[in-house]
Design a protein around this ligand. Structure first.
Ligand code: 0PR
Length: 361
């Protein structure tokens, strides 16, 4: 029997989505290619140049360098690696806020770098005073998140850039999820807004490309040189990527999605997703839950654990924040109809929970 992938009809927790039909088609055509060996697979290598050019345009970078990574985790690992290799100290540290994705724990662990975690402020953004008092001469990298995993918040990137510069550290922006919606907002998040050195920006999240297609962008090619190792038996002479064989399907689908959707398609998707998030936030608030205002298309609300479990039992794929709130990511496959059906189930389950048990007396 052939096993099918899950349907997206009840998936509210994922940061991945159904690829655009053109991205799906491109992925299939390029399945057996390896951009890790550009001498043998030149066509997909050329497509990767296109991908980086388009990602650069989206992220406000005039002469972009970088590569299509396996995802945000790899891009974050590589950003930490660049900073570590550039640092003059032998005991470098990386400063992130508590809203950072757990990939920074992996990155600093494998690279033997100290991870310093500072608190967020009342708006769930990196607390600048805390960052300021945490950095020192051994700080190699300051990280800002542009679209946090739990609350969709954007750290004050220009201010973090100033702090990084004050201690000669690099500035990395993790826009793995937010990068394809932020261009249509007023947030300051990209290379043209601040002295950003490196960025994670993933086509396989809001970019509607097939998995795996992440993005690492660097302000100048010399930053990528920090990662280069010699590749004696390949036609190309060096490699800056972390993995060797890489997904040509991811590269081709990223280019197909961006060529199709940037900028108008992504703009209308952002508008639709943001409206959906606001509709859901409103519906939850009206029912008395405490809701974290959706700055980007992501809603967190204080729904009791028992209700959360009952919704999961109904087949809803939902997740929780570190502090236990329900978290819904309004990805492109999430429609208003899905959300209305979700709220319908929530109402039904809450009514059932509030009906007193019938007793015999
Ligand atoms: N940076 C940010 C801000 C992220 O949100 C994530 C992933 C990453 C980096 C790491 O990206 P990769 O997973 O591509 O390496 N955030 C999601 C999370 O951990 C990933 C995810 C995606 C989870 C799809 C579930 C899912 O179905 O929650």
């Amino acid at each position: 029997m052939q096993i099918e992938p899950q349907a997206f009809g009840r998936v509210l927790s994922s940061m991945c989505t159904e690829p655009h039909p053109k991205a799906r088609d491109a992925a299939e055509r390029f399945l057996a290619t390896n951009p890790g060996d550009p001498g043998t697979y030149p066509n997909v290598a050329a497509l990767e140049d296109d991908a980086i050019a388009m990602l650069g345009e989206i992220a406000g970078l005039d002469e972009p360098s970088g590569y299509v990574a396996s995802g945000g985790t790899e891009a974050n690992v590589q950003a930490v690696r660049i900073a570590r290799n550039r640092a003059e100290t032998r005991t470098p540290n990386v400063v992130v806020s508590e809203s950072a994705h757990f990939s920074f724990q992996k990155a600093t662990d494998v690279l033997g770098v100290e991870l310093r975690i500072v608190p967020t402020d009342d708006a769930f953004r990196a607390d600048l005073e805390a960052v300021r008092s945490c950095v020192d001469r051994e700080t190699a990298l300051v990280v800002g998140i542009a679209g946090t995993t739990e609350y969709g918040r954007v750290d004050p990137i220009p201010e973090l850039g100033e702090i990084a510069a004050s201690v000669d550290a690099l500035l990395h922006v993790d826009a793995a999820w937010g990068g394809f919606v932020l261009p249509f907002t007023d947030h300051e998040w990209n290379f043209s807004h601040a002295p950003v050195d490196t960025m994670a920006i993933d086509p396989h999240k809001m970019g509607q490309a097939a998995v795996p297609a992440g993005g690492l962008l660097v302000r100048s090619a010399d930053l990528l040189d920090e990662l280069a190792v010699d590749t004696p038996y390949l036609e190309s002479t060096s490699q800056a990527t972390l993995t060797g064989t890489r997904s040509g399907a991811g590269v081709a689908s990223a280019v197909a999605a961006m060529a199709e959707l940037w900028p108008d398609g992504y703009r209308s998707q952002y508008v639709r997703s943001q409206h959906n998030a606001e509709w859901l936030a409103d519906a939850l608030e009206k029912r008395g839950y405490e809701v974290v205002d959706p700055a980007l298309p992501l809603v967190a609300a204080d729904v009791p654990r028992s209700t959360f479990d009952a919704l999961r039992a109904e087949g809803w794929r939902i997740s929780r924040t570190g502090t236990g709130e329900l978290r819904v990511v309004c990805m492109p496959h999430v429609t208003r109809k899905m959300l209305a059906s979700f709220i319908g189930d929530l109402d039904r389950l809450e009514v059932r929970a509030s009906v007193p048990l019938v007793s015999d007396d």
